[in-house]
Design a protein around this ligand. Structure first.
Ligand SMILES: [Zn+2]
Length: 380
């Protein structure tokens, strides 16, 4: 039952024939858990709260960073440094004091996922970590609980409702994670794109909970922000799926630990520990090359480093110069060690028929350098 205050607040919903009192009451009695109060979670949370979803849970262990504000609009400048769940809860309760907000300032893990999810009707995947996405999927499959999947990469976005009773799950699409994925901080993200995808996730959640329209079950919506093209793919449940077909996983989220933040599973003898780099350069007359973006290099760089961005290296812009430089040993670095390995592979390829080259990637990048060698400020 809606009270008078709610009838006034949600009157524009009540006027919609397909939604009406019944739809609004369904939202009021629903409990939705949003994983992550970041780029996708922010717009999604705002609209779920405004729409009158009765109970909203938010789980996120992070604090608000200045660089989040370009897209994570549930937070604001005055909440930088505060827990994201608290910052988000404050904004949402100002927007709609008639709903209940539960906060969990913790990381989602195999230990807490089942217990937490079982208290909610619908889960929203607003995470930026692939390892967490597999965990969400597996816990939802175990509990027969649907989740609204959303993801973004550069200018592209994807959305679907997965793990419904007869629909496919995330592992039906991607049984195992890919080898390497760049993070938002490595790949960059157009601020409005998570806004569009997060709001679409909220739309799907509201449709699903209110029982109206045609939710994206068995369908994957693809969006390209650069061309404004939307397309929908039919996706099917895979009888061989290791989660929803025949459960063959040892643990929830049973995958190598690949997250967007630590996206480098490559380990090789071509990596050099940051602590060994200064001595190595001195003893071998090695050339130090920073392969990050120009603005990252301009913000701060290691002493003596030259700049060649990964994109330009891969485009072949420096091929000749690199062949010349590779007469001496080369040490490459980036923010976390992913881009420098890609650059290393490219240089190895172009110098294949020129004889052996000595080239290293600084493991863990400038982040690890700042932790282990000397404290420097760097562009995150
Ligand atoms: Zn499946």
């Amino acid at each position: 039952m809606l009270n008078k205050e709610e009838i006034r607040r949600y009157s524009r919903h009540l006027k919609l024939d397909d939604f009406g009192l019944r739809g609004q009451e369904s939202l009021k009695s629903s409990k939705v858990l949003v994983i992550g109060a970041g780029g996708l979670g922010s717009p999604c949370l705002l609209y779920l709260a405004a729409a009158g979803v009765g109970t909203i849970g938010i789980i996120d262990a992070d604090t608000v960073d200045e660089s989040n504000l370009q897209r994570q609009i549930v937070h604001n400048t005055s909440t930088v440094g505060k827990l994201k769940v608290e910052s988000a809860a404050t904004t949402l309760s100002k927007l709609n004091p008639l709903i209940t907000i539960e906060t969990y300032a913790e990381f989602l893990s195999a230990d807490n996922a089942l217990d937490l999810f079982s208290q909610y009707d619908l889960i929203i995947d607003g995470c930026d970590s692939l390892a967490v996405r597999y965990l969400i999927n597996d816990a939802c499959v175990k509990l027969s609980k649907p989740f609204v999947y959303g993801s973004i990469y550069r200018f592209d976005g994807q959305i679907s409702i997965l793990a419904t009773e007869n629909g496919p799950c995330y592992r039906c699409l991607y049984p195992e994670p890919p080898e390497s994925i760049p993070s938002c901080s490595e790949a960059g993200v157009l601020g409005v794109l998570p806004g569009i995808i997060g709001v679409t996730q909220a739309t799907e959640a509201i449709k699903y909970l209110a029982g109206m329209g045609k939710p994206l079950v068995g369908q994957l919506l693809l969006m390209d922000a650069l061309t404004n093209e939307y397309s929908t793919l039919s996706i099917k449940k895979d009888p061989q799926c290791p989660a929803c077909g025949h459960w063959s996983l040892q643990h929830l989220g049973d995958t190598p630990d690949i997250s967007c933040e630590v996206a480098n599973p490559v380990k090789s003898d071509r990596e050099l520990e940051p602590a060994h780099v200064p001595r190595y350069i001195q003893d071998n007359g090695a050339v130090l090359i920073d392969v990050r973006h120009d603005y990252e290099f301009q913000y701060s760089s290691l002493p003596g480093a030259r700049h060649m961005s990964l994109a330009e290296i891969l485009a072949g812009k420096y091929d000749e110069e690199l062949l010349e430089l590779s007469k001496d040993p080369i040490v490459l670095y980036c923010l976390g060690g992913v881009r420098s390995m890609k650059a290393l592979n490219h240089i190895c390829k172009i110098s294949e028929d020129k004889g052996p080259v000595t080239i290293h990637s600084m493991s863990g990048g400038i982040k690890k350098w700042a932790k282990e060698v000397e404290s420097i400020e760097y562009f995150q």
